[in-house]
Design a protein around this ligand. Structure first.
Ligand SMILES: Cc1cc2nc3c(=O)[nH]c(=O)nc-3n(C[C@H](O)[C@H](O)[C@H](O)COP(=O)(O)OP(=O)(O)OC[C@H]3O[C@@H](n4cnc5c(N)ncnc54)[C@H](O)[C@@H]3O)c2cc1C
Length: 579
């Protein structure tokens, strides 16, 4: 296995929408950039699977205050309004960037093309309730090629692209991040990348749960940043996701709008609807696992009861724009959404920004030279509950652009710091350690244990101190006993080993942060603390490594985000947990 050395101004780790925006913006500012992905750039990342992006534009009649109010309400006053406003205001210019990259959008007349500046593309409001009244999203990309179009833009801009290189750790010199190390996941070659600035755009933290489109989101960027001493934000919050039992697919916001219905129908074993009118079916809804926990499961998605033939064009469009792979998957499983009821079960899902590297509004992390964007960043735009469809991609585009800008500006004015040879040798040794072991625990063994510990609904969805503590005890054991003895058989398996090591660390961060927040809020539900505690918990949870231990603390949410704290509890918090 050979050794490759790359020198660059800015290294971008991860090539989803956030990474592509970061790379392109860096080049626009004339800095040299290297974009690295452990998969093939253009066919990876949650971004490859996402269907729509939220576009907000006051010129089209969108009301900024009303939208911000929605984020605060759904985010239950701990969503970061600075970021909400930035994402809303900058979603339009980023959409224009996408058009200029060659990304086709649905136009108002349903044709696919390139809207003129100022022209409103086809946007849809998937659900309108008192609780969630506006999420305007639009599909984009030619069939499933949207990230390949982004790849072309990245390459045409003059970015260096490294496919199938997994970054394992960051390099630091005099308190500054100065590059990273990794390996090629096929050849096993060692990569030393010297950079003046690094952007982490490596997506969310999951545990290879069943849901498609998240299997590469193993929290690598968060883990390497934590090991480098970066602060992490809001790791207590995490997405929850229900998936259709027979084909492991999430049915996000079914095509009800297009079918002329105003909501999906979700029932318990007795056939009772339990969500109430205010709460749409969104499978990120905490009321689903709570209903299941009460013993009234299983949970079913009821059939639409509509003649399928009449809607074949709608379904075709879903499939064409790659938005409805779930429809295809249900079809293959023999489930007809128009006449069959189908069972749902829960999957812990990392696809959307819940926690990650703490960043300021310039996307600077707490370590000089290190930036973060997209789902890897903990900018906390959404608080404990996913607030608005289409925002995962809008957040990726907006933060990616900002991170690229800041990293380029930093790199262009910074001197090069030589990387300490001893440090490189240490990192290289750590990269290949699992390959050198002739015996030990397989990566599958450790992954299975991690999944069994963190995925059950009763651990990170319906939470309790005792269960969180029990899970932490097991994760500590994996960290101290399994991970140092994990062995890999080839470069592909070496990737598994590093991913599993990162998942163990990520699980520890999530569990400790969840244990720390002793209240319930939005989708963050503690059975032992079933009420919001505004007096003590209008706060954010921050954590970092400190002398080999995970140190956690809180920081107050700015008072102007608090809303009206004198409101009666039931009115302030329309989402009610069982007494
Ligand atoms: C099925 C599905 C549907 C969705 N639908 C929508 C939607 O319609 N609208 C919406 O707004 N949001 C949607 N989301 C959420 C949205 O996709 C994400 O919020 C968004 O794509 C995040 O972009 P990102 O660039 O931060 O991360 P990603 O797109 O996940 O990219 C991260 C990249 O980093 C790479 N990487 C990770 N670790 C390393 C490493 N160690 N070394 C090198 N590379 C690494 C990964 O391979 C991956 O390519 C959906 C998510 C899923 C899973």
């Amino acid at each position: 296995m050979s050794e490759k050395v790359v020198e660059t101004d800015v290294l971008v780790i991860g090539s989803g929408l956030a990474g592509c925006f970061a790379a392109v913006r860096t080049r626009e500012l004339n800095a040299d950039v290297t974009l690295v992905d452990k998969n093939f750039v253009g066919k990876t990342g949650s971004s490859h699977f996402a269907g729509g992006i939220m576009i907000f534009n006051e010129d089209w009649g969108d009301d900024l205050d009303a939208w911000l109010e929605q984020y605060s309400r759904i985010g239950e006053h701990v969503a970061d309004r600075r970021w909400d406003e930035i994402i809303l205001r900058e979603s339009y210019p980023r959409y224009r960037d996408l058009v200029s990259w060659g990304e086709p959008f649905y136009k108002k007349d349903d044709t696919v093309g390139f809207p003129e500046p100022g022209e409103e593309p086809k946007r849809r409001i998937p659900r309108k309730t008192k609780y969630r009244f506006t999420t305007l999203i639009t599909g984009f990309g030619a069939k499933r090629d949207k990230m390949l179009i982004a790849r072309k833009k990245v390459i045409d801009s003059g970015c260096r692209v490294l496919d199938r290189v997994m970054i394992t750790d960051l390099l630091k010199q005099r308190g500054r991040v100065v590059g990273a190390v990794g390996f090629h996941t096929r050849t096993g070659d060692f990569y030393l990348i010297k950079a003046k600035a690094v952007v982490i755009a490596s997506g969310g933290l999951g545990y290879r749960a069943v849901r498609y489109g998240t299997e590469f989101n193993t929290g690598d960027g968060m883990a390497m940043a934590y090991r480098a001493g970066a602060e992490m934000m809001s790791m207590d919050f995490a997405n929850i996701m229900w998936v259709a039992k027979h084909c492991d697919t999430a049915v996000i916001d079914g095509p009800v709008g297009d079918l002329g219905l105003d909501r999906d129908k979700v029932t318990n074993a007795k056939g009772e609807e339990f969500l109430g009118k205010e709460f749409p079916h969104y499978p990120t809804n905490i009321l689903w696992p709570i209903e299941f926990h009460s013993g009234r499961g299983p949970i079913y998605h009821e059939p639409y009861g509509i003649d399928r033939e009449k809607f074949k064009d709608v379904i075709k469009r879903y499939e064409e724009r790659g938005e409805g792979p779930w429809i295809t998957m249900l079809d293959r499983a023999g489930i007809d959404i128009f006449k069959d009821r189908f069972e749902q079960y829960m999957a812990n899902d990392p696809s959307i920004a819940f926690g990650g590297l703490r960043i300021n509004t310039k996307c600077e992390s707490s370590i000089p030279g290190l930036y973060a964007a997209g789902d890897a960043s903990g900018n906390n735009w959404t608080g404990p509950t996913y607030a608005a469809l289409g925002n995962g991609m809008a957040n990726a585009a907006v933060t990616g652009y900002r991170a690229g800008q800041s990293a380029a500006e930093f790199a262009l004015k910074s001197n090069k710091l030589e990387v300490d040879e001893a440090e490189i040798a240490k990192c290289k040794d750590a990269v290949y350690a699992p390959l050198r072991r002739e015996s030990g625990f397989t990566t599958d063994h450790v992954l299975t244990r991690v999944q069994q510990t963190i995925l059950p609904y009763e651990v990170r969805m319906v939470m309790h101190e005792k269960r969180l503590q029990a899970a932490i005890t097991m994760i500590e054991f994996y960290r101290d006993h399994f991970v140092p003895k994990m062995r890999a058989v080839d470069p592909h398996d070496l990737r598994n080993a590093h991913e599993v090591r990162n998942m163990v660390l990520g699980a520890e961060m999530r569990l400790r942060a969840a244990l720390f927040r002793t209240e319930s809020r939005g989708s963050f539900y503690r059975e032992d603390y079933p009420r919001r505690d505004d007096e003590n918990w209008l706060k954010w949870v921050v954590l970092k490594e400190d002398a080999g231990k995970m140190k956690l603390w809180t920081e107050p949410v700015p008072k102007e985000y608090w809303g009206d704290t004198s409101m009666p509890y039931g009115k302030r918090y329309p989402l009610q947990y069982p007494e």
